[in-house]
Design a protein around this ligand. Sequence first.
Ligand SMILES: [Cu+2]
Length: 148
Amino acid sequence: MRFVFIRKKWLFFVIAAILMGSLYFFTSETIPTFQSSQTSNKEITVNMVTGEFSTTTADGKKLEAYRWDPGTIVIPKNQNVTLKIFGVNGEEHPFYIEGTDIKGTVKKGEETVVSLNFNEEGTYRLICDAHSHEEHNVVPMIAYIVVE
Ligand SMILES: [Cu+2]
């Protein structure tokens, strides 16, 4: 009697697993981040933060690097994109985007909103003017905006 009960329980789990598996199979679909690189009216918002890597070496030397995070974003051309950059680490990051007249400042605890619309493919560098000079930092604070 007990043996039969265990077998039924086992069967129940097998059927449940098959049902859940088929449910997943029929409802799941791959949703691309962007439908196409053609002009569309869909709003695209990209969020970014300012971050910092910091450590002390064995001989007591302090190393720091400020970062845009994510460090690379990919956006379609001819598309309005709202880039929202929130300042977490670092007091101020005065920035510009190479090849454009876009510039601004990201401040700690504040969100800076940048409107983007590139009509030429390419990689545009978002450069922090305060943290991209070798004498002050280990690496320059640069993010890459890939337009395709
Ligand atoms: Cu900076």
